[in-house]
Design a protein around this ligand. Sequence first.
Ligand SMILES: O=P(O)(O)OC[C@H]1O[C@H](O[C@H]2O[C@H](CO)[C@@H](O)[C@H](O)[C@H]2O)[C@H](O)[C@@H](O)[C@@H]1O
Length: 383
Amino acid sequence: RVCCFEQREEMTNQNVVVSDEESAIITLTLTNSSLFSPAVTKPVAIPGGYVTISRKKLLNKLGGGGGEGTKINAWVDSMRASSPTRKSAPALTLSSETEDQKSWILHHPSALSMFVEIMNASKGKQIVMFLDYDGTLSPIVEDPDRAFMSKEMRETVRDVAKYFPTAVVSGRCRDKVYSFIGLSELYYAGSHGMDIKGPTTGHKYKKGNQSVLCQPAREFLPMINEVYKALLEETKSIPGATVENNKFCISVHFRCVDEKKWDALAEQVRSVLKDYPKLRLTQGRKVLEVRPTIKWDKGKALEFLLKSLGYANSSNVFPIFIGDDRTDEDGFKVLRKRGQGIGILVSKVPKETNASYSLQEPSEVMYFLQRLVEWKRSLLSRH
Ligand SMILES: O=P(O)(O)OC[C@H]1O[C@H](O[C@H]2O[C@H](CO)[C@@H](O)[C@H](O)[C@H]2O)[C@H](O)[C@@H](O)[C@@H]1O
């Protein structure tokens, strides 16, 4: 089965807000010998045997033989499949989309409708909150530099951090995500978790170490800067393509690139990266992410932070991770493996995920966080 995609665009006073199904189920790995040879992520078997989206045709194509040209084509296909720019073509339409939506929501119920059950599961445990930024705290917009969060969301996150250790885990560079959020009482894990820093104020959690700093990809800095410059130069002929330096990783955005130019962009990125076998490529929401090949991701960042907070081997912790993108799956997987806490996927459409619950959009994330704060306040007022 292949998923049916939908795209909505709505004007706000800050930017064009875009809402669509975009995350790839494919991770593309760069190796010495085979550029863009895909390491295809297996469909996730959710307890109960449920598997959501499978793009068999595409995976066969990617898995098949062929030269560099074939691989680039397959890669561009994956960009298209994961980042549709229009309503689904007939070939991509599910026969019973509504049935699939229903089935998906049964297996990934709304964290709002399951709020009481979730809180009951957390009883006696310390909730630790992990939040992705883009698409979770702020709506997806065309211009990455204008992905602002609302004042109300900021106040809500501030309230959450008063009661629970709270970390933002983002693909953005740490300084950038801090400039958007501006709350010094949070932990920040930028560059997909490769740049972690503890809060500079509000040192009130008794356990663990507040002054954490973790930069496992430090040695890659000169290489990332070099590749950033090369990508800027190489892609400047493609209208709408932008390259964002996220310090320990790089984002090549194609949200504003004409679909006809995606293969040219893919080829340009390939031509730069072919000389850097120590970098790998993954795909997010209309973005290609260049990152070091080290075994570090948002999941490792969660583990690192839980350890820093003193919960490495504790059963008294209930981590909640809310995210919307493929890179957030590493975090959901870690929680599933630990058998602790919950993952919540922000999505309006069925997606293959390791998260247990869902929320449709950032406004629902805010409502969930507000309920969490109210719940905590009412607990405290009773004691
Ligand atoms: O881990 P995240 O905090 O979700 O960051 C992932 C990427 O988010 C940003 O790109 C995405 O949001 C942009 C603004 O809404 C949108 O224009 C873009 O198409 C999305 O891919 C950010 O710019 C990237 O650097 C992050 O890696």
